[in-house]
Design a protein around this ligand. Structure first.
Ligand SMILES: Cc1ncc(COP(=O)(O)O)c(C=O)c1O
Length: 380
């Protein structure tokens, strides 16, 4: 049996999405910047997708800028905020995706900005009191960049609360919502968010395409220079087939949100229950084992097993056709491991092997049963 429990890494593309992508590739190859009929058809597809994605987020179409995915959106927003908006301090956390962490490293070197990391609570949540303190530290222009759903431990940030806090202190707020868009509802008219990043391949769309939400009149200037595509902010011929595919994927995701969430949450809860029976001392990292504050799509677990057995765990699961993600903390000071678990785990758990299992609508409880059987075999 082959089981794919790595949906936080990427999701399978829905059949309907593949169909529209193929159809656009076959029938609509024009360049949307061309003025002839081929170009106009491509442009119509492009703008219909922009309008549809904007409507799904209750945003304005001109606030949606298409990019190549989450990494580009994160980089675009952080770099532009420093380059164009006079941001001198970025407040973020040590458990962000590397697209944020490494972009901030580059901005420190390139522009001498200050990066402040907000304290984390023991469960991996953001310490909002400390965030308030950092926001008031000095008078420098600040951007707060905090992710919506953590891709490793699943903790969810209260976007409304954080956005309000940022704005009350005259700071801009960016959220990396790559793991949230398509899984949670975003009302951009209600949410105090200035910038947001999203990627289609996390909600059953194609890879290499995503978007930045950039609030109207933000003052951002071009991040890629060239033609006048994407309102001049991000030059380059748009990937029309992928963009149409992303729209289709988002449309289906939001049309089926309640039903799919219920099913996926059911799988997650079943998984937690069955695995806890088998390993009574198992630890669910972050908030991933609790009902509140964690996404319904993933769990991150540390196993109380011997070092000898731990080294065989990934191999055993792979051999049995199970795909999940290795997420262990730095083992015995070897210097690598998950930066997220390294930030939150304490001894002795940080010496246990950790794995992330992430679910989608294409998974079933039967697959969980199979996984449990595989674990039983491994344990004995
Ligand atoms: C939270 C988060 N941000 C950013 C990214 C990067 O997105 P992309 O793979 O589309 O560049 C990912 C992908 O794993 C992610 O999970």
């Amino acid at each position: 049996m082959n089981v794919y429990f790595d949906n936080a890494a990427t999701t399978p593309i829905r059949t309907e999405v593949i169909q529209v992508i193929s159809s656009v590739m076959e029938n609509c190859f024009g360049n949307p910047s061309s003025v002839h009929a081929y170009g106009r058809t491509a442009k119509t597809n492009l703008e219909t997708s922009r309008k549809g994605i904007a409507a799904a987020l209750n945003a304005a179409p001109q606030e949606i800028i298409f990019t190549s995915g989450g990494t580009e959106s994160d980089n675009m927003i952080l770099h532009s905020a420093v380059k164009d908006l006079g941001v001198k301090t970025i407040i973020s956390s040590s458990i962000e995706h590397h697209a944020i962490l490494h972009a901030m490293d580059a901005l420190k070197l390139l522009h001498g900005i200050e990066v402040l990391f907000v304290n984390l609570l023991d469960d991996g949540s953001i310490d909002l009191k400390n965030l308030a303190f950092l926001l008031q530290k000095d008078n420098s222009k600040k951007l707060v960049s905090l992710m919506h759903v953590n891709n490793e431990i699943g903790n969810i940030l209260d976007l409304k609360k954080v956005g309000k806090l940022c704005h009350a202190n005259d700071a801009l707020f960016h959220t990396d919502a790559v793991q949230g868009v398509g899984h949670y509802v975003f009302d951009m008219k209600e949410l105090p968010i200035d910038f947001l990043s999203a990627a289609a391949h996390k909600f059953h769309g194609p890879k290499g395409v995503g978007f930045s939400f950039i609030r109207k009149n933000s003052g951002l200037q071009p991040s890629i220079y060239g033609g006048s595509q994407e309102r001049g902010l991000r030059a380059g011929t748009e990937s029309v087939h992928n963009i149409v595919g992303m729209f289709k994927a988002l449309e289906i995701a939001y049309a089926n949100l309640a039903f799919e969430k219920k099913k996926i949450l059911g799988i997650k809860k079943y998984f937690i229950k069955e695995l806890s029976k088998l390993f009574p001392n198992i630890v669910f990292n972050g908030l991933s084992g609790s009902d509140n504050g964690s996404t319904f799509t993933l769990v991150n677990v540390s196993f109380p097993i011997s070092k000898e057995k731990a080294s065989l765990l990934d191999f055993h699961l792979d051999l049995k056709g199970i795909a999940c993600s290795k997420g262990s903390a730095c083992q015995s000071g070897t210097g690598s491991g998950s930066h997220v678990l390294n930030a939150i785990q304490r001894a002795p758990i940080n010496n246990w092997p950790s794995l992330r299992f992430s679910f989608s609508i294409y998974n079933s409880k039967k697959e969980v049963d199979y996984l449990i059987e595989v674990f039983k075999e491994f344990k004995n």
